[in-house]
Design a protein around this ligand. Structure first.
Ligand code: NAX
Length: 329
C-alpha cells in the first residue's frame, strides 16, 4: 500500500484552481498508483463554492483521490498540515486601472502568512510552486517567511511562458509543438521575461537554423510571448485558466520526472549566483531534474542581445523586491 501524498492548492475554487485539481486527483501528475489527498484552501466567503467543488471531486470517483481536506485562509496551518506540495494559486488578480506595484502590495501579504504556515505545518519534504502574481516576488516573500524550509524547495511558475514560446516557434517552423525543446524562460514572469530562442531546438537542431527569420525571433516572437496573457484576456474576456492550470501540472511533472537528455524545463528558482544573477532573487532559469533534485542548466552562453534582455528582467525583479522589502521576514 503506497502512502498518500498531500497536495495543497490555494485558490482552489478559482479559475486555475478549478482547472487543476481534477487533473491532480486523476493521477495524471503523480501516477496511477500514487494516492493523493487534496487540501483545498480558499478565502472564507468562497467556502460554500468549495463545498460544491468537493462534491464534484467525489462525483468523479477517482481511484487515486484518497481524501479531501478543506481549509480557509485564516487557518492556513490546517490547510497545509503535512503537505508534500503547496501550490499557491490563490491571490487577487489584477483589476483594471491597477498598477503592477499596487498588485504587489495587495498580494504580497498573502505570501507572508503562506510562508509562515508552510514552515509551521507542511511536511519536511514540502515543495512549493507559486502561481499567483507577481509570482516571482510572491515566491520570494513566501521563501523569506518560511524559516527552516530550504530555499531550493520554492518555485514560481514560468512554464506557461515556456509552453507559449514553444507553440509560437512550432507554428513559425511549421512543425508539431512536440518537435520543440530546450526553451528556457529567463527572469520575471512578466512582460520583461526573456524567452530564450537561441538555445531552443527544433527536431534537435538549433531553432535559429530552422527559423531563418531572425528579425521575427528577436522581435515579434519575444513580444508575442511576453504579451500573450493580455492577448488571451482581450480575446476571451478572462485571463488564462486552462493553459495556466496545464502549466502548473507541467511544472510539477518537470520537477519530479527526469528531464529528457539535452532538454530543460522552465521555472523561477532562488538564484545561486549562476550567470552572474544576484543570489537570492527568484529568477526564471532553464532547469533540469534527475527526478529527485533540480538544478540550473550551466554553461549556456548568451549573445549581447540576449544578455541585454536578461539584464532588463533581472532589474525588474530587483525593483519588485524593493517594493516588498518590509515583507521579507
Ligand atoms: P481567480 O480570481 O479565478 O481565482 C483566485 C482564487 O484565489 C479565488 O477563488 C479567490 O477566492 C482565491 N483567493 C484569494 N485570496 C486568497 C487567499 N489569501 N488564500 C486562498 N485563496 C485566495 O484567479 P485565477 O485566474 O485562478 O488566477 C490566480 C492567480 O494566477 C492570479 O494571481 C493570476 O494573476 C495568476 N496567474 C499566473 C500565471 C503564471 O504564469 N504564473 C498565469 C495565469 C494567471 O494570470
Amino acid at each position: 500500500m503506497v502512502a498518500p501524498i498531500r497536495v495543497a492548492v490555494t485558490g482552489a475554487a478559482g479559475q486555475i484552481g478549478y482547472a487543476s485539481i481534477f487533473r491532480i486527483a486523476s493521477g495524471e501528475v503523480f501516477g496511477p498508483n500514487q494516492p493523493v489527498i487534496l487540501h483545498l484552501v480558499e478565502v472564507p466567503p468562497v467556502l460554500k463554492a468549495l463545498d460544491g467543488v468537493h462534491m464534484e471531486l467525489d462525483d468523479c470517483a477517482f481511484p487515486t483521490l484518497a481524501g479531501v481536506v478543506k481549509a480557509d485562509s485564516d487557518h492556513l496551518e490546517d490547510g497545509f498540515r503535512d503537505c508534500n506540495w503547496v501550490l499557491c494559486v490563490g491571490s487577487i488578480p489584477r483589476k483594471a486601472g491597477m498598477e503592477r506595484g499596487d498588485l504587489i502590495r495587495v498580494n504580497g501579504p498573502i505570501f507572508t502568512s503562506t510562508g509562515r504556515a508552510i514552515a509551521a505545518a507542511a511536511a519536511p519534504d514540502v515543495r512549493v510552486v507559486v502561481v499567483g502574481n507577481p509570482c516571482n516576488t510572491n515566491c520570494l516573500i513566501a521563501m523569506k517567511n518560511a524559516p527552516g524550509v530550504p530555499s531550493n524547495r520554492f518555485y514560481a511558475m514560468t512554464m506557461l511562458d515556456q509552453n507559449r514560446a514553444a507553440s509560437q516557434l512550432a507554428q513559425k517552423a511549421g512543425v508539431p509543438v512536440g518537435a520543440v525543446s530546450n526553451v528556457g524562460i529567463w527572469g520575471n514572469h512578466s512582460a520583461t521575461q526573456y524567452p530564450d530562442f537561441y538555445h531552443a531546438k527544433i527536431n534537435g537542431r538549433p531553432a535559429t537554423e530552422v527559423i531563418t527569420d531572425h528579425a521575427w525571433l528577436q522581435g515579434d516572437f519575444i513580444s508575442t510571448v511576453q504579451k500573450r496573457g493580455a492577448a488571451v484576456i482581450a480575446a476571451r474576456g478572462a485571463s488564462s485558466a486552462a493553459s495556466a492550470a496545464n502549466a502548473l501540472l507541467d511544472t510539477v511533472k518537470g520537477i519530479i520526472r527526469p528531464t529528457p537528455a539535452g532538454s530543460c524545463f522552465s521555472a523561477a528558482v532562488c538564484s545561486d549566483g549562476s550567470y552572474g544573477i544576484e543570489a537570492g532573487l527568484i529568477t526564471g532559469f532553464p532547469l533540469v531534474s534527475d527526478g529527485q533534485q533540480v538544478s540550473i542548466v550551466q554553461g549556456q552562453t548568451h549573445t549581447a542581445f540576449a544578455q541585454s534582455k536578461i539584464d532588463i528582467t533581472i532589474n525588474e525583479l530587483r525593483e519588485e523586491r524593493e517594493c516588498v522589502k518590509d515583507l521579507l521576514g
